[in-house]
Write a protein that binds this ligand. Structure first.
Ligand code: ADP
Ligand code: ADP
Length: 234
């Protein structure tokens, strides 16, 4: 049984009478505990693919099955529910909320599902520990931290609700090499604890930290490659 299964997934964006096919018949199966990298040129459909897996958008055609549940044709309310429990997201630009403290940022997914304050605090501290963060960060605003530290906070927010799948879109795209290494070490540790990780990247040294590299071009998976473990940044 796969944690992620895409069957002949198509996504066609419609803007007025212009149709842009972003995914053109994607089949993808990811086993629980796998670490997958997705590479491909700009505009090839990588973000669209992550949006389908992450319940941010629905396929025009085909099936998306997460943890055995067909999520291709849910209402937006149901999508939000399954997204909150199944998925953690990490983005290139961290997407932390500037006017909130680190604590308030990380606990957001727990607030959304009504977890009481005391339990939220315990879970936030645990998540921050998992990413190698420090408790003194909790009262700070995100911009008082370095880029690498902000990305670790974003990873803490992504995992605080104990999702089944961690999705990352260019997680090291805004980081220097040292910070990129720390982020990928964190991904490897989380993956070794059983979390399924799927990351989009342009960086071969990031892709080489995965178990398998899928290459996407013009909305289709055109190649599957083994990573070169010795060339993983972490
Ligand atoms: P990548 O992440 O590989 O750069 P995307 O998935 O962002 O690729 O985009 C794939 C194609 O779909 C591109 O041609 C892009 O311009 C188009 N596209 C992406 N999102 C939208 C959207 N919301 N509306 C219309 N076209 C879109
Ligand atoms: P990325 O850095 O992940 O490739 P993009 O800059 O391609 O992101 O896209 C940023 C956002 O804009 C995404 O939400 C994507 O869906 C949307 N988008 C991309 N291309 C188009 C487009 N041609 N029309 C409308 N929205 C688009």
């Amino acid at each position: 049984s796969y944690i992620v299964e895409l069957r002949d997934v198509w996504k066609i964006y419609k803007t007025g009478d212009i149709e842009t096919p972003a995914l053109r018949g994607v089949d993808l199966r990811v086993a629980r505990g796998e670490f997958v990298a997705i590479m491909g040129p700009s505009g090839s459909g990588k973000s669209t693919l992550l949006n389908m897996i992450g319940l941010l958008d629905k396929p025009t055609r085909g099936d998306v099955v997460l943890a055995g549940k067909d999520v291709s044709r849910l209402s937006s309310r149901e999508m939000a529910f399954y997204r909150n429990y199944l998925i953690g997201f990490v983005f290139q630009r961290f997407n932390l909320i500037g006017r909130l403290s680190v604590m308030e940022n990380v606990e957001l997914p727990l607030v959304a599902r009504g977890v009481p304050r005391g339990e939220r605090e315990r879970m936030v501290v645990e998540a921050l520990k998992m990413v190698g963060g420090e408790e003194e960060w909790l009262r700070k605003k995100p911009t008082q931290l370095s880029g690498g530290q902000q990305q670790r906070v974003a990873i803490a927010r992504a995992i605080v609700g104990k999702p089944a799948i961690l999705l990352a879109d260019e997680p090291t795209g805004n980081l220097d090499r040292a910070s990129a290494r720390v982020v990928m070490e964190t991904f490897k540790t989380l993956n070794e604890k059983g979390l399924t990780v799927i990351t989009v990247t342009h960086d071969p040294e990031v892709a080489n930290c995965s178990h398998v590299i899928y290459v996407i071009r013009d909305g289709r998976i055109v190649d599957v490659k083994p990573p070169v473990k010795e060339k993983c940044i972490a």
